[in-house]
Design a binder for this molecule. Structure first.
Ligand SMILES: C[S@@+](CC[C@H](N)C(=O)[O-])C[C@H]1O[C@@H](n2cnc3c(N)ncnc32)[C@H](O)[C@@H]1O
Length: 275
């Protein structure tokens, strides 16, 4: 819901958007907005840190992918990697990361910052171009999952390319945020719509074509999707806003972060059989 770099004013609405329309919109939006995203948030993300969301929870402290030292030698898939900051941190831990993203422009930023020790791949998370059992671990910091109409399809793909027992850890906008306006100030503290309204947020052009799509799920929906994808839910982390973090990121801010969760991180393990 960042500002757009386009010659028309997109219209924001809530309406249905299927997988193909969502994917097409995401690819175009991230290609057009990658430069602005990286110049606005690249400093906070750092070139080679693994940050789970605007609260600044750092994987080096959180250890959600596994204890310190346990990543060495692992094949890791990062989904919706953007400029691959997380993959670069994974490579520094001795892992072999693949940084997958739908957006060519985001991956160009990955190459600009440096692709030593990682492998950038342009693909849709709903159709992963890898053999079964290629990875020990999969992760995603706000990549792909909030933008797809059919997350179970993504989760089943992640299940397929993971080895038995592999972890799948992903962060998304915390579902409670959907009930509030996407504003960092006091106006973002009053419920404006139903938490239970799953109608996607869509920005569309003058012809009614989606140019940006985000999909809302409740916490219960997400748990059911994880299970339907063949995973066990090991933990659900709601990072608290730390005192050191004074920055605003879109609608995420210290004011709201001290009162409401902004990010949900799902820590999952691959079950024996696809559900
Ligand atoms: C909010 S950005 C997060 C990027 C990075 N993980 C970070 O923390 O900066 C979301 C990323 O997901 C990617 N993305 C969106 N839909 C996708 C899809 N269906 N398959 C793969 N990547 C997708 C976008 O291109 C974008 O780079």
């Amino acid at each position: 819901m960042d500002e757009m770099i386009q010659d028309y004013e997109p219209q924001a609405t809530r309406r249905d958007a299927g997988d193909a329309e969502s994917s097409r919109a995401s690819r175009g939006w991230w290609d057009r907005n990658a430069d602005e995203y990286q110049s606005e948030h690249g400093g906070f993300l750092g070139d080679d840190r693994f940050v789970w969301g605007p609260e600044g929870l750092d994987e080096a402290e959180a250890g959600l992918l596994g204890p310190a030292g346990s990543l060495r030698g692992l094949d890791v898939l990062e989904i919706g990697a953007g400029a691959a900051q997380c993959s670069r941190w994974l490579a520094a831990q001795g892992a072999r990361p693949v940084a997958l993203d739908l957006s060519h422009r985001q991956l160009q930023h990955a190459l600009r910052i440096g692709a030593d020790g990682l492998w950038p791949v342009q693909a849709d998370a709903g159709a992963l171009p890898f053999r079964d059992g290629s990875f020990d671990l999969a992760c995603s910091a706000y990549g792909a999952v909030p933008f797809v109409a059919d997350p179970v399809r993504v989760f089943r793909e992640v299940w397929r390319v993971l080895r038995p027992g592999g972890r799948w850890v992903f962060s998304v906008t915390h579902p409670i945020r959907w009930a509030f306006p996407d504003e960092p100030g006091p106006e973002g503290l009053t419920v404006a719509s139903s938490y239970f309204d799953r109608t996607p947020y869509v920005e569309q052009d003058e012809q009614g074509r989606a140019v940006y799509v985000e999909h809302h799920r409740t916490i219960g929906d997400r748990v059911r999707e994880v299970v339907a994808g063949g995973f066990r839910l090991v933990d659900l982390v709601e990072p608290e806003w730390p005192a050191w973090n004074g920055q605003e990121w879109g609608g995420w801010s210290p004011l709201r972060g001290n009162l409401l969760p902004g990010t949900a991180i799902f820590v999952c393990e691959r079950g024996e059989r696809a559900a």
